[in-house]
Design a protein around this ligand. Structure first.
Ligand code: HPA
Length: 271
């Protein structure tokens, strides 16, 4: 395994005491509530981890929050690092691989996304059944370290079927409507044009965002199970005539974020 992966994992390990998380959670924008629900957290700002990329998205300095969620050890990434911030694909891969080296076996990926389906409006939750990588990059490009994962990883079941079933069952028992759909990643940072949104619908996508796919590729490559959920904050560009008010969108996203928090809090016990 590459030295830098081990170095990053060892630094995190040295800071988290007796916690031995097997579940990693990446929080999308507006989903910080899950990190707040972690008991007795150890908080590690990214800048305290040598070799770790820094988040530059305003509002979140970026930190790992490690502790107990509903009694289960978790590692939570609050403030994700995006390609559009200028990070190299290798830096993005290093983050996920260091979690694997730390002992993480399952990644729960969350994000905020735009809807491509008129009957899946702002405030909806969508479990990711599959993805389309239109980001223009792939973090697995480069010499392959076979001790990390295979050269040509299979992506037929990138989003674990059993975990998806479990997550849907948890949502149902909480009476929360959880849709399933295909997530498409662009590099961002601009939002799409209406013509792009029309194309994404035609090629089979249900939601669009600027993250997650690259993390899934790395996680599956190094042998982790992945489950992903999108919080729908808006319709894709040009889909609706009347302008959503920003306040309404934020309020609905906040509501949906709280529902997702309830689902994930129960789900970590079921994994
Ligand atoms: N497009 C891309 N990313 C997004 C969107 C969108 O409409 N909404 C939230 N993240």
């Amino acid at each position: 395994m590459q030295n830098n992966i081990k170095q990053v994992a060892d630094q995190i390990k040295s800071k988290i005491g007796n916690y031995q998380p097997k579940i990693g959670i990446i929080l999308g924008s507006g989903l910080g509530g899950i990190a707040e629900a972690i008991d007795n957290p150890v908080i590690i700002p990214y800048e305290d981890i040598e070799g770790f990329p820094h988040s530059t998205v305003s509002g979140h300095a970026g930190r790992l929050v490690v502790g107990k969620l509903n009694g289960i050890d978790v590692l939570c990434m609050q403030g994700r690092v995006h390609y559009y911030e200028g990070h190299s694909p290798a830096a993005l891969a290093l983050v996920i691989r260091s979690y694997r080296a730390l002992g993480i076996e399952t990644m729960i990926l969350t994000n905020a996304a735009g809807s491509l389906k008129i009957d899946m409006g702002p405030g909806s939750l969508m479990i990711i059944s599959d993805h389309i990588n239109l980001s223009g990059f792939n973090p697995l490009i480069g010499p392959n370290d076979e001790t990390v994962g295979p050269r040509f990883p299979d992506m037929t079941y990138a989003y674990d079927r059993d975990l998806r079933k479990k997550l849907l069952t948890v949502a149902e028992s909480e009476s929360i409507n959880l849709r399933s759909g295909v997530y498409l990643m662009t590099s961002g940072p601009n939002f799409e044009t209406p013509a792009e949104i029309r194309m994404f619908k035609m090629i089979g996508a249900d939601a669009v965002g600027m993250s997650t796919v690259s993390e899934t590729l790395c996680a599956v490559h190094c042998g982790m199970k992945v489950v992903g959920v999108s919080v729908i904050t808006n319709y894709g560009a040009g889909m609706v005539q009347e302008k959503q008010t920003h306040e309404e969108t934020l309020a609905q996203a906040d509501e949906a974020g709280k529902k997702l928090q309830r689902i994930i809090t129960r789900f970590v016990k079921e994994i």
